[in-house]
Design a protein around this ligand. Structure first.
Ligand SMILES: *Cc1c(COP(=O)(O)O)cnc(C)c1O
Length: 388
């Protein structure tokens, strides 16, 4: 008899539950900046990617609500009547901010990544990626059917060996700028040198760098002195430090025109709501001029790291708002998260397969919405956790 899907799904879920890997949705509510209510109880929010606290910025809310009075949906895809002046204005603002010839807005970072990679790469092309890259980058290369080769995290020499093994293939190197679960930065300058030497292209996903790092918050590439010449494909997302939703690919005229014509996740989907595009223009403006907030967040990071260092807890090296405190086993990480929640802190536990086996952790993110006192209270609670 033909096997049945329901039985397989139920067995998979039971196995997940037994391994402490079951994921459950909980209702979250953004109460005030830096706080989150989970199932109705307010906690200090150390789980958000809203690094500059823009998601609740009065000017951003005002711009979205104001722009929405003329309608909500874009009513069509970009190529069939959905591309509005608001989208174009946002693309111009992004290109200007990032210092690229052109920019193209996508509905999400996930879609920007898979659309771009699948449009660019063919079956005979080589795609070399960091092992810890975000899922959307790996999925994009797989969707393209390209020869995907992954190197050990941040190991430029290993990347060089992979490229050297296929000298006759067109090659794209892809990396996160700030790794989303570890918080460390890719060795961008060395990767750019390697790309130049190998005549390969470099694509950098700045989801966690944009708005946070570099001059005017232009990201980790800008901080490393790299521009459109060294990084022909720059990806950014609006759901993190920009406090909104959506994503961008910045690149040359030729690249962007190719994506408009060939990126299926751009062509075959409804355009972003125009009011949201308008609000994201305001977010770009706010992020660009947010140097004082960036300085403040860097100060929180130093304060937090000094505190954890003193406690003897295991922490990954990171100079960014993403701070990983390692528990090891999945169950231990979940127990820590639950203990902290009891004490008023939301610190999500991240488990395999999102992170490698044995490195389950609390992923703590520090934002401009936190006070020094918030951080000090968290440190006090962390130091008193039961060690596995
Ligand atoms: C969040 C994230 C994405 C996906 O962006 P969305 O707009 O949320 O789809 C892509 N890459 C990295 C590194 C991310 O952290």
């Amino acid at each position: 008899m033909r096997p049945d899907f329901h039985l397989r799904l139920a067995a998979d879920l039971a196995a997940r539950e037994a391994a402490g890997l079951y994921r459950r949705l909980r209702i979250a509510q953004a109460t005030r900046p830096g706080r989150i209510a989970i199932d109705g109880r307010e906690l200090i929010d150390f789980g958000s990617n809203d690094y500059l606290g823009l998601a609740q910025h009065p000017r951003l809310i005002e711009s979205l609500v104001g722009a929405a009075t003329s309608g909500v949906g874009a009513r069509a895809s970009h190529l069939l009547g959905g591309h509005r002046a608001e989208h174009q204005a946002l693309e111009h603002a992004l290109a200007d901010w990032l210092g690229y010839p052109r920019a193209l807005v996508f509905s999400t970072g996930y879609m920007a990544a898979i659309g771009t990679l699948a449009a660019l790469l063919g079956r005979h092309d080589l795609c070399v990626q960091d092992r810890l890259n975000h899922a959307c980058l790996l999925d994009g290369a797989r969707l393209a059917g390209a020869r995907l080769q992954r190197y050990a995290h941040a190991d430029v020499a290993a990347a060089a060996r992979l490229l050297a093994a296929y000298p006759e293939r067109r090659a794209l190197m892809v990396t996160d700028s700030v790794f989303s679960m570890d918080g460390d930065c890719a060795p961008l300058a060395a990767l750019a040198q390697l790309a130049a030497r190998e005549n390969a292209w470099l694509m950098v996903d700045e989801a966690h760098g944009l708005g946070v790092l570099g001059p005017q918050g232009r990201g980790a590439c800008a901080a490393a002195g790299l521009g459109s010449e060294q990084v022909p494909i720059l990806m950014g997302t609006f759901g993190k430090a920009l406090g909104g939703f959506g994503a961008v690919i910045a690149g040359s005229e030729t690249l962007i025109e190719s994506l408009i014509n060939g990126a299926r996740s751009f062509v075959y989907t409804t355009a972003l709501p125009p009011a949201l595009a308008r609000a994201m223009c305001v977010a770009v403006e706010l992020a660009r001029s947010a140097d004082p907030l960036r300085v403040y967040v860097m100060d929180l990071i130093a304060r937090f790291r000094a505190g954890v260092d003193a406690s003897g807890l295991r922490m990954l090296a990171s100079d960014t708002p993403i701070q990983a405190v390692i528990a090891g086993g999945a169950q231990a990480a979940v127990a820590w998260g639950a203990r902290l929640a009891e004490q008023g802190f939301f610190c999500p536990a991240v488990r395999p397969p999102t992170v490698p086996e044995g490195s389950a952790r609390l992923r703590i993110s520090l934002t401009a919405a936190h006070s020094h006192e918030d951080v000090d209270r968290l440190l006090y609670a962390l130091t008193r956790l039961e060690r596995p």
